[in-house]
Design a protein around this ligand. Sequence first.
Ligand SMILES: [Zn+2]
Length: 138
Amino acid sequence: MKNDYNKPLPIPQPESDKFWNGLKKKEIWVQKCSSTNQYQFYPRTHCIFHNQNDIEWVKVSGDSTLFTYAIVYQAPMHSFLDDVPYVNALVKLNEGPIIPSNIVDIEPDPSNFKIGMKLKPVFVNVNKNFTLLKFRPA
Ligand SMILES: [Zn+2]
């Protein structure tokens, strides 16, 4: 797989294909336990609550809130030099699971952020193989 995007990309695993393929169609698919309806992220082959295969995939809207965040001022790799400062965040989907992501379309200044602020998904096509899930203020 040619990576014409100059940053590291996820390495697809069979259990996460539905997540990554969904993002290409601007859809967010997450797993939940079919016994207790508890959600989990990242995708796994088994339910993290019961260590069984009682999982199902459900499509969610991506409506979410800011769980926590950090403004990155120091590029972790050369390929991120043009991006700093940028925002890493943990985003809590309304259904419950927490997703590591970035907050975009906002000036990366602490005065612009509030824990619990409402967020919407942004689908960023980085190449023909990958669409990344990021978030912006709602
Ligand atoms: Zn379960």
